[in-house]
Design a protein around this ligand. Sequence first.
Ligand SMILES: Cc1ncc(COP(=O)(O)O)c(C=O)c1O
Length: 384
Amino acid sequence: MTDFPKPAAKPARPHFSSGPCAKPPGWSAEKLATGSLGRSHRSKLGKSRIVYAMELSREILGLPSTHHIAIVPGSDTGAVEMALWSLLGQRPATMVAWESFGEGWVTDVVKQLKLDAKVVKAPYGQLPDLSQIDQSTDVVFTWNGTTSGVRVPNGDWIRNDREGLMIADATSACFAQDIPWDKLDVVTYSWQKALGGEGAHGVLILGPRAVERLESYTPAWPLPKIFRMTKGGKFNESIFKGDTINTPSLLAIEDYIFALEWAKSLGGLRALIKRADDNLAAIDAWVQKAGWIDHLASDPASRSNTSVCLKFAPDAGQGLDEEAQLALVKKMASLLEAENAAYDVAGYRDAPPGLRIWCGATVETADIEALGPWLDWAWSQARG
Ligand SMILES: Cc1ncc(COP(=O)(O)O)c(C=O)c1O
């Protein structure tokens, strides 16, 4: 086995967590605007910051005027739950899952809402055959599977004349991948991912067909206040115009605004996507050289440029069962953390044993390049 030396140079920022992700370069708490803190979120100032955050999000994401955007409670999970509980049940549903978060939505719909949904699954590292999905049903899927590093390559498989709603959890895709808004009726994300914001709040985006569903259908089950998007049977648009359902963290909003302004200063979405793509290319160049590691996502076309998941190459994992591989990952992660060379690089707890390196735009490519030799070193230390 190759013995890799301890590298001399460390990543300048060893933050490679897949959520909360690295803060934007140059971020510091002192740089946040604090004028709205300690004020009512319904004051002119408080509301203006909420509206500004949503307008800037709309601009950077390239969201068409047909789509509504709101800050909602409960981070991305809250946004997805709001959509599932408010919209599903009118027509049959198809739940598409290929990793842990997608499977979580299956559980919700099948076990909690008790809908007789069709479940379409693929194992970790693969994508199901999207062309087989029945688009006369409501379809729920995860745009970028954060725990397997497999993403939907594009929206070409989605019909413009679909009868059902397309509901996408895009939390680890927004601000790093192109999202075809006209093909999606509901999109959700949280700030803690590709922009390095904080947890707590989610963003819910609704297209016109989702609004139509809200106004033409009332679920058979009760809806808590926190999920309610209609008032007297009509779409409550004020939630999408800065009147949040309940009190948001204005500090988290200021932090999100910092990240959005940083993104805009770089050149917006194209620049963000390029940074993530460059990071994926840098990881890939190292993987091709390392010899002991491989991508979990088998098809490069659906390989994530944000949550890059890696597994041990067959030769490298020789003789190690899953438990031993997990122990190896744990050891590597703690060696790297102790050296302040890399934080939070172990794969997700439910995924096959391996590493997961966040490559979204807030991570610098130079840091990804500096990380490779440290992973080699940790591997030879832990294996030795
Ligand atoms: C695809 C996906 N969905 C949902 C979540 C949950 O997000 P949150 O913790 O922001 O609710 C995550 C978090 O990693 C995720 O990656």
